[in-house]
Design a protein around this ligand. Sequence first.
Ligand SMILES: Cc1ncc(COP(=O)(O)O)c(C=O)c1O
Length: 410
Amino acid sequence: MIGGPGDEERRLGRLVRAHNRWRGREVFNLLASENALSPTALRYLGSDLAGRYTLPIPTTANGERRTNDYGGTRYTDQIESLANAAAARIFHGRFATTRPLSGHIAAISALAPLLPRHSKILAVPPADGGYDGYAPGFLPAMLDYVVRPLPAVPQTHELLAEPAVEEIRRERPNAVVLGQSFFLFPYPLRPIAEAAHEQGALVFYDASHVLGLVAGGVFQDPIREGADVLYGSTHKSFPGPQGGLLVTDREDLFSQLDPALVWRVFDNAHWHRIASLAQTLLELERVGPEYARTVVENSQALGTALSARGLPLVGAERGFTRSHQLHLLVPELLAQWGVGPATLGRRWERQGMITDLVGRIGTAEVTRLGLRPTDMDRLADLMVRAGKDRASVRSEVRSWRREFPTQRFI
Ligand SMILES: Cc1ncc(COP(=O)(O)O)c(C=O)c1O
């Protein structure tokens, strides 16, 4: 029967509106894996592009097209070229694709075409802050790789040059996959890349967490420091739509990578996402340095303010962080506050401050709202009252949040 929306549709509408109101207007989002899109980037996600196909199939590294089975693509193809060119410029490689649908898919897009089955890779294990996807049962199992641990420093999860170089020389891998989910400090990338290249190994840099910082010229400059391929998510410290991208300066690699993607890793690449990503890239070309600098300043100021109020954090002796992340020092937290990260995260959420439940605090999204280092004392005070004293601070959080109705850095 044709009629108006049914009960489930109305319920769905209420759920979406409630989510948007709650997450978009009433809370401070301190999830290290998330960010807020600019109004223009968000609008492009809801544009006509959302339902369209185009499938230009690249045959050469300079983007020459072989076929496109679809009509109606005169604008989509230009949007893609614009996105790829912006990604290449910003991340300092000559070749880029914005087609990967997520950071995980970007990893598959980079690794599968360049590393045959039975390749040996070195990656930081999840216990040392590495991405779960590189653990033996996941991507390596799917792609039939052997993965060996690249050892990181306990607690801070840093990579030090000497042990990393030693491990590379001992293991003689086909590739070193850098990048972590718990990521506070940049890598000594040059000596690591040199050692890898001496062994004939490729260096992949998974910038999923730090992509927005790299775009703004802080943290590090992976391709110029020796990474062969940089890839990652476009929605963590990088304030774009959910998705991924991949950049390299090596034509020999890109000419193997790009043509291998369509029909192996994906078919349609979601052109509304690519338009939205292009917008974010262009915005960051203008405001990225100030945005990235402020994110790091906010993390360091929040670390200092939380630590001064007794919250145990990793890396106090090193200024806590050089990224958008802070990490809870879990054993001390359990001993001193009697809670673990999950309980603490739930307490914060009930009071309007959202974090993950595994001990990371992120400052990227509150920075985009306009919070400055001078605001971090007040934020820390609310977090400690809510997390340690179990005080009700929700209405104070909500009214403070209302002071930030728009975004900066757009
Ligand atoms: C280092 C790293 N790589 C890849 C991914 C996967 O990214 P996505 O969720 O965009 O697929 C994550 C996700 O948290 C990550 O931390």
